[in-house]
Write a protein that binds this ligand. Structure first.
Ligand SMILES: NC(=O)c1ccc[n+]([C@@H]2O[C@H](COP(=O)([O-])OP(=O)(O)OC[C@H]3O[C@@H](n4cnc5c(N)ncnc54)[C@H](OP(=O)(O)O)[C@@H]3O)[C@@H](O)[C@H]2O)c1
Length: 319
């Protein structure tokens, strides 16, 4: 296990810990073990993603086991007969409510009755999936558990989200200009190369208008696009519908926030590092980068070029 690092800025101080129970219901299918999943809809979070057959909060100081039995009955109309604890996932996210989660996963292997979708306002479909061939979109922390169950190396305790670090990457004028007429106010091939080198192999989060300005998925990187339009899709893009969803999909380690103005504004307070191309010009623009408050940031690298500098800022540990 690696040495723990301090909590990200967004999670400092005391935050509530919410507990939930998850039913991983499996049966023997023709082609191996199958798991019952539901397709989320209308919940406002991770809609369009597959999740465990039943899950819900541990309420009123009840136990995780009680919550499991209640949720399976309420959501699927069956009674749990045989179950065993699988693992616990402790996770946090930088965005959204300041909270951490303790998720208790149970392996349910026997039940009485036929599972039926009883809460169609929360799920569009209920389906048995081969554990070896899960659908593409499974809520990430649930996927991790299901894959661990399949491979037989599921640890008893999993920590998620604590090591996520946001890196904002932007090119801006001396007046903080970043965008005009749906594009960039300049054409700087050297900066595009720098952007490619920084982000290659990583996950990039962008707003839908920035996606439109690029017009395609950039090779070698995972692209997560935030939009409020639930019908939006594009080849090579993972569409999500809130910043919180984008950060969940972004996964562990460094995640690149690549604009535009709306997305920078929502993430600068959560970021650990800024990779800025500071351009010696103040072009006319409609979209601007937010203020970089010297109280919170210090410069750690400056690489001067012809007409612009590549500059790195790290967040101050205090202040
Ligand atoms: N200089 C640079 O480094 C740089 C980098 C990137 C972009 N840019 C420029 O910046 C401009 C685009 O920036 P922008 O501020 O206009 O747009 P943007 O941030 O790229 O995208 C805004 C869109 O993202 C979606 N969105 C944002 N927050 C959301 C949330 N919390 N939940 C759901 N959806 C959300 C909405 O999409 P829907 O409308 O689909 O709901 C919104 O219209 C372009 O000119 C681009 O060229 C410059």
């Amino acid at each position: 296990m690696s040495v723990p690092r301090p909590a990200p800025e967004g999670l400092r101080g005391r935050v509530p810990l919410l507990a939930a129970s998850y039913a991983v219901m499996t049966r023997e299918g023709v082609d191996g073990r199958e798991v019952l999943l539901q397709l989320r809809q209308g919940t406002g979070f991770m809609d369009g993603w597959w999740a465990c057959g039943a899950a819900g909060h541990v309420e009123d100081a009840g136990s995780p086991t009680e919550a499991l039995h209640r949720e399976v009955e309420e959501e699927l109309g069956v009674r749990v007969e045989v179950c065993a604890p699988l693992t616990t996932v402790q996770r946090s996210t930088l965005a959204g409510p300041r909270e951490q989660r303790a998720d208790f996963f149970f392996h349910v292997t026997q039940w009485s009755g036929e599972p039926t979708l009883l809460e169609p306002d929360k799920a569009a479909e209920l389906r048995w999936w081969p554990l070896a061939e899960l659908p593409e979109r499974v809520v990430p922390h649930e996927r991790l558990v299901l894959e661990g169950l399949h491979s037989g190396d599921l640890p008893p305790f999993v920590e998620m989200g604590h090591d996520q670090r946001l890196v904002l990457v932007a090119a801006l004028g001396a007046n903080r200009a970043i965008g005009v007429d749906g594009g960039m106010p300049w054409h700087l091939p050297e900066d595009l190369k720098h952007f490619k080198a920084l982000t290659m192999g990583g996950v990039m989060i962008m707003g839908r208008r920035t996606w439109d300005s690029i017009g395609r998925a950039l090779p070698g990187r995972t692209t997560v696009v935030i939009t409020s339009d639930h019908d939006w899709s594009a080849p090579g893009a993972i569409a999500v519908h809130s910043l919180a969803e984008a950060l969940v999909v972004g996964g562990p380690g460094e995640v690149f926030i690549v604009g535009g103005g709306e997305i920078y504004r929502q993430t600068i307070e959560l970021a650990s590092r800024l990779e800025l191309t500071e351009i010696d010009a103040s072009p006319e623009a409609e979209v601007f980068f937010p203020e970089v408050d010297a109280q919170h940031w210090h410069e750690t690298r400056r690489d001067p070029r012809e007409g612009f500098d590549f500059v790195t800022y790290e967040r101050n540990l205090t202040g």
